[in-house]
Unconditional design. Sequence first.
Length: 133
Amino acid sequence: TGWARSNDSAAVDRAEIMLQHMWKLHDAGLPDIRPTVGSYNSIIFCWKHSRRPYAPTRVDSLLHEMGRFFKIGRIEKPPSHVSFREAIKTWKQSAYSHNKSMRISMLERELYKRFGIVDDVSKGVPRGGRGGN
């Protein structure tokens, strides 16, 4: 999250490069080096702060990748409630309008379905919940 808070427009690019590099090291035979849900959440956080017009769609891609990689055992945990909350925030603050309200609703339903959390993202206050990572 340090890069995300740096106000450096290239921070998200460096974070993405770091993610790719971690996967390359892992695939080259270093099993202890691989991205975690926390790694992905840091990149999602960078995208949220980048305010790039396509940030929401990239965050959606990262959520999808995390879910897919969890199903095949490439990462140890599925996207967390933090992953979904940051994705919702990214969509809400974005000027990107194509399917915006539908996508926010889908993410909010998924957040509730997986974690039992009804989230007032505008205030950053989680309500309810069954825990999660």
